[in-house]
Design a protein around this ligand. Sequence first.
Ligand SMILES: [Zn+2]
Length: 260
Amino acid sequence: MNNFIARIIMLLISINGISDITACHSGIYSIYSHYHKSKSSQQVVFVCMGKYSEAYHSSANCRGLNNCSSKIYQVNSDYAVTTLDRRPCCICWNVSSYNCATDKQENRYPGYISPLPADDLINAAIQKQRNYNTGKEIVQEEINKLTNVRTQLTRTCDIEYFDQLVTNAINSINNGNPDLSLQTHVNWAVNIARSVANNQYITQSVYSSRIYYQMVNEYNQLTYSQKNTTQGTNFYDYFMNWYNSENPATTLSYKSFYSF
Ligand SMILES: [Zn+2]
């Protein structure tokens, strides 16, 4: 390309700050504002912006840049040394060996695509996936706790009522389509699951079931004649009346055999 036209293009790019000249990886990119603002005495150098680049080059054609699969930028030498922490390339600068650096091979891993931004995206995605898995576990644990509540119910009507509440809760959670990588969404889903366990009729029925078994146990310890007295029959009818009720709202409060 004509050198003069190239300079005009560079100048145009400098107006907009950092710009890509070309999408091709072998293109030279200008951090031109640094160059433009600097004194004219400062030297223009070339740097590869790859992860393993350590040198700055006197020419974009230096074979030390052949390994660069990232972008090559044109910067001033001060910027390269102080900001980018680069040393002169061992190939294209005439400096002693311990003051120079060589850009390292970048494509060490197959499938390695680009420098930092991609890594950040991947890390963010990994973190999001971790959060999602944790969130899903938390919601699942809450659903599992409901199984424990269910085993504490005795009457068929309570179990049916409970199962309907669970179905509704799971449908609500699924229809809400929560993003379980977000704490607020997880809390929302957990609260729906907890609302089943905390349902007034369910907590009452869990309590009544406990009372029921306590009274059945007491009844079984009665003598044959005690069971067959009016007192025994009333005692039995009292807790069986609750047991046979088909209304989840009915409750059972404890009464001793001797209070009848
Ligand atoms: Zn070089």
